[in-house]
Design a protein around this ligand. Structure first.
Ligand SMILES: Cc1cc2nc3c(=O)[nH]c(=O)nc-3n(C[C@H](O)[C@H](O)[C@H](O)COP(=O)(O)OP(=O)(O)OC[C@H]3O[C@@H](n4cnc5c(N)ncnc54)[C@H](O)[C@@H]3O)c2cc1C
Length: 453
């Protein structure tokens, strides 16, 4: 009888497994894929180092920073270039720098005078009731508090960049709970944000978030955790049955055609929502999950493109460009990967990572590689003056990339909470419940470990 079995070897399951192992518990992590880390996959080809999934880890708090240090990864850590703070949003087919100072905010051509005045009026607008706020979309919230232009040219591209999502269907309370808290606690976004900063200072919890990667790419983190877990991490292993008895859980998984069995006091599940629904649960749990609608996950294409530096007119002096859905380019955005981190492209070359698809462009989900490269290179010519064909390309398609915290998220979370309440030795974590960024999944793994010991 082990202490815990963890299903899912993405970053949340790996973190939970590693922490429990460190605390002296006997655990197994069962992962369907051939490598740990889910979409966190980095690859070198033809002198380019590219990411197939996430490109940057935004360290969310002191603990995650310390965790990386304790894993012995500080010497391999790469801070994003100081230029990365500069971000561009497309307006009239041109990348415009997002203002980062009061003076820039006054003079920027990203927003009209009317939109700027709308922003200044934000603290004086009325709140809505808690009840109404529960189902308010991100789009309605931003329109109500600031105005439609801010929605189109700030929030729409931001939501594309983070969720590959649509602000019309994401629910503010689920997708951006901090923002909702600003209005609820401070009466306005601006006042709430100032209050929040003050409280953090007072409580000693303020933390300057930093965007990082590693010399060999982001996959260094899951690979290190995988190595530390050793034979406690079962790769290429798919769970085929879960049974429950008085002592705990019996889990059966298949690897290379052979069945393996584990018994554990606790079962921890760190899977995407559809995978949770599809597990071979005992009948009562299966029925409860079947009654709950799944979360939408759009398809996202990640296209790594290598160019000779002299093919591109733009200085590539920033994090990248986001495209509002009102503008004509088809891509969601492009990251200046080789400007962000050193060593991503051969000398005199640059690496761009183009994201395509997402919730607002479901029509591109099944597009061919040729069609996507054609579309991306045309957009990059318009936006960055990228002339000619790239000398390197690699496409990764994620058919179910990122969960959308829509209206379905409330009932989904409620069902998982009820299942946990009815089965005290069952816990859920990871991106289907605790937040959609890598940092949130690492924090989720810690929460699960803390709740287990
Ligand atoms: C294209 C893309 C770009 C992204 N960009 C960023 C970014 O720049 N920054 C950022 O912070 N985040 C980004 N993210 C999100 C980030 O990758 C996720 O938040 C994080 O990796 C989620 O980790 P997780 O452990 O919660 O889930 P997952 O990584 O999805 O882990 C779940 C694991 O369960 C396994 N599994 C599934 N079914 C079974 C089964 N039946 N039995 C056993 N195992 C199973 C899967 O193979 C997977 O490894 C991006 C995601 C994508 C797809």
């Amino acid at each position: 009888m082990q202490d815990a079995i963890i299903i899912g070897g993405g970053i949340s399951g790996l973190t939970a497994g590693y922490l429990l192992q460190q605390r002296g518990l006997d655990i197994s992590v069962i992962e369907k894929g051939s490598a740990p880390g889910g979409p966190i996959q980095s690859e070198r080809q033809e002198g380019f180092l590219f990411e197939k999934g996430p490109n940057a880890l935004l360290l969310p708090d002191h603990w995650v920073e310390q965790f990386i240090d304790e894993l012995g990864l500080s010497s391999q850590l790469q801070e994003s270039s100081p230029n990365a703070a500069k971000r561009f949003i497309v307006r009239k087919n041109r990348p415009v720098a997002v203002p980062r100072s009061l003076l820039q905010a006054i003079t920027t051509s990203l927003f009209s005078l009317k939109a700027k005045l709308g922003f200044l009026a934000e603290p004086f607008r009325k709140q809505i009731s808690d009840q109404a706020a529960k189902s308010e979309s991100v789009a309605r919230f931003v329109e109500r508090r600031i105005g439609p232009e801010f929605l189109d040219y700030a929030i729409n591209p931001f939501v594309s960049g983070v969720y590959a999502g649509n602000p019309e269907e994401l629910i503010l309370e689920h997708a951006f709970p901090l923002m909702r808290g600003f209005e609820r606690d401070g009466g306005s976004i601006i006042r709430g944000a100032i209050q929040h900063k003050k409280h953090q200072k007072r409580d000693g919890t303020s933390y300057k978030k930093r965007s990082i990667s590693f010399q060999d790419g982001l996959h260094t983190l899951p690979q290190t955790l995988g190595r530390k877990l050793g034979n406690r991490l079962w790769l290429n292993s798919e769970v085929v049955a879960i049974n429950k008895n008085d002592q705990g859980w019996q889990v059966t998984w298949k690897r290379d055609g052979e069945n393996f069995e584990g018994f554990a006091k606790k079962l921890i599940v760190c899977l995407p929502s559809l995978a949770i629904k599809k597990l071979a649960w005992p009948q009562s749990i299966k029925l409860r999950l079947a009654d709950t609608p799944d979360l939408p996950y759009p398809t996202v294409h990640s296209l790594a493109l290598g160019y000779r530096r002299d093919q591109i007119a733009h200085p590539l002096d920033g994090f990248g460009v986001l495209v509002p859905s009102k503008e004509s380019p088809n891509i969601l955005g492009v990251l200046f990967s080789s400007s962000l981190y050193p060593g991503r492209a051969p000398d005199d070359h640059c690496l761009l990572t183009v994201m395509i698809g997402g919730r607002q462009r479901d029509d591109l989900a099944n597009a061919s590689k040729e069609a996507l490269i054609d579309l991306a290179t045309k957009d990059l010519d318009t936006l960055l003056g990228a002339k000619g064909l790239p000398c390197f390309s690699h496409l990764t398609t994620w058919p179910r990339a990122i969960p959308q915290y829509t209206q379905a998220f409330g009932p989904w979370k409620q069902t998982l909470a009820e299942l946990e309440a009815d089965n005290p030795n069952l816990a859920f974590g990871g991106h289907a419940i605790d937040g959609i960024a890598m940092g949130a999944s690492i924090q989720s793994g810690k929460r699960l470990a803390d709740e287990t010991v």
